[in-house]
Design a protein around this ligand. Sequence first.
Ligand SMILES: Nc1nc2c(ncn2[C@@H]2O[C@H](COP(=O)(O)OP(=O)(O)O)[C@@H](O)[C@H]2O)c(=O)[nH]1
Ligand SMILES: [Mg+2]
Length: 364
Amino acid sequence: MADPDESALFVRPGCVTPEAPKDLIARHSRRRTLSHQQIVDGILRGDRAVLAQAITLIESSRAADRELAEQIIEECLSHSGNSIRVGITGVPGAGKSSVIEKLGAFLTGEGEQKVAVLAIDPSSQLSGGSILGDKTRMQSLASSEMAFIRPSPSRGSLGGVAQRTREAMLLCEAAGYRNILVETVGVGQSETAVHEMVDFFLLITLTGAGDELQGMKRGVMELADLIAVNKADGANLAAAERARHEAENALHYFPRPANGWTPRALTCSAQTGKGIAELWNCVLEHIDLTKANGWFSVNRQNQTRRWMREIIEQGLRQRFESHPAIRRRMEALEQDVLEGRTTSFRAARTLLEIYSGPKPSDTR
Ligand SMILES: Nc1nc2c(ncn2[C@@H]2O[C@H](COP(=O)(O)OP(=O)(O)O)[C@@H](O)[C@H]2O)c(=O)[nH]1
Ligand SMILES: [Mg+2]
């Protein structure tokens, strides 16, 4: 019978890359588990198969895996951080994956730099489709030794998915990936979640679709450091240039960001590769500027602090909701509130007191 400990260390089926070398998997599968030290050493060596296994631990819901994952992250922490983190958003079909493929080829080829591609897609559990789409879209990057592509963790709330992606990002950095690209699907809050974990936020748009259709809500545009109008090729060139102009005008109406950067708009084509180098130059310019004016590290510190608080909030909520007495009373109290027998305030306070006991000041 398969040892459950062992299966936890395998690359998830459907994982795009890295395809772990067969002999390595075979070697690992003969052992009960890799020790955490072996995993850490593998990651620091840049072994993609071990990195993939460590991310599988991060994504596992088993308490023992979580414990091991936390030890690994902690040991990798001092080797992480030395990277450029770029978030890439835009409606499905805008060409995010295609741009990443071209950008990845540019960085791993000419630039000879390692690239890790991660994704946040809280809907992937339901659709299952985006992973497949990305796999075909990033075929050549997926086969590069210099690239590591990992689809979105599919389990859990957006908060949980975002947390696992952040942890995966730290491990990728420890494995020597200097460029981290995080793709989001343009739904709900995943843009904000990605913005919270990156240094540079890129919005990819298209011509021909209305602003509403593109989810180009004020909020998302306001987060963007760069708007790239993609598919600027063939008959679409002039329209793309017009859209670029409009986007640049729209950017002027937003307040100047505190980081000193003036957001821009450019056109590009993932098909012809035009504009991809310019796009990356823009990222580098932004990083240079924010490193020089101190924003880069302040921003990362603020992000780290927010992550910590978020994890605390998630943990508290989880504990609260799984507390036996809370579970027993929650539904009835909710019903009392709905039917006007008590106020939401009193019901909430009752539950909090059941959870933690009355506050000393309330025990009169
Ligand atoms: N003509 C043209 N088509 C593109 C370009 N970039 C992407 N596409 C196509 O647009 C479709 C969606 O691309 P994809 O990268 O999967 O979009 P995503 O959903 O944002 O990741 C695919 O059929 C691509 O081949 C481009 O620059 N020019
Ligand atoms: Mg995609």
